[in-house]
Design a protein around this ligand. Structure first.
Ligand code: ZN
Length: 231
């Protein structure tokens, strides 16, 4: 009996050693929570290097975006949320769908012109496909800001957002922001490298920009890509 117990102990020791070689905890590439089978946000702090590399690619100035916004968007800026109710029936409600999620919005409401709504959808579909083609899993984009009233812009500026210009393109329902520091992971697999996801997002927006469908700015302070439709 003692002999058998000894062999059992030896086998346990061997199995433990083999497992620790196969899955060395101290060398785990991804944190264990990355493997939890739930949908969740992947958040990262983009480095100065990444921001420096991406900002010159998407760099259409506000004046240019404003030209498109006033040409293709609402005729007048909305002063208050009450005033917005009268025009939202002519706009498209932006909601969570299989390709993007809409943040809980504090300083904007989820409405866009039909063309801008199509553009955000097209960008999200292309992003999702490109990420999957690269074998990185299934990710949705996160929309962080949509249509703002003048009142919203004033409140946003009061909150300390220096990028929020008074005559914002967000006031014309032609413009939306997509986060590049947060992505929504769907399903059970290891987290993708978030820097790669940011670069894919920039490439995809650049494709639409080069085709003349939008203007875009890689916002360094607000960690979002600010997109205005051009049709
Ligand atoms: Zn914006």
């Amino acid at each position: 009996m003692r002999g058998l117990r000894g062999i059992g102990v030896l086998m346990m020791m061997w199995a433990t050693a083999a497992l620790s070689q196969t899955f060395p905890l101290e060398r785990t590439t991804f944190p264990l929570h990355a493997w939890v089978p739930v949908d969740r946000e992947l958040h990262w702090e983009p480095t100065t290097q990444v921001k420096k590399a991406c900002a010159p690619i998407l760099c259409d100035v506000n004046a240019l975006q404003l030209e498109a916004a006033t040409q293709f968007g609402l005729v007048e800026r909305l002063q208050t949320r009450d005033a917005a109710e009268a025009v939202t029936s002519n706009l498209v409600l932006i909601e969570n769908n299989p390709h993007y999620r809409v943040d809980t919005l504090t300083y904007s409401i989820p409405y866009l012109t039909a063309h801008a709504a199509k553009l955000v959808d097209d960008i999200a579909v292309k992003f999702s496909r490109r990420v999957q083609q690269k074998g990185l899993g299934h990710y949705r984009l996160i929309v962080t800001s949509v249509l703002r009233t003048v009142e919203d812009v004033l409140n946003l500026r009061a909150s300390g957002n220096r990028n929020a210009v008074l005559n914002s393109t967000h006031c014309y329902a032609t413009t939306f922001d997509i986060s590049y520091e947060r992505f929504f992971r769907v399903g059970w697999f290891a987290d993708a490298d978030p820097e790669t996801l940011t670069k894919i997002l920039v490439d995809v927006v650049q494709d639409f920009r080069e085709r003349g469908e939008c203007y875009a700015i890689f916002e360094r302070r607000e960690s979002c890509v600010h997109v205005t439709v051009r049709y």
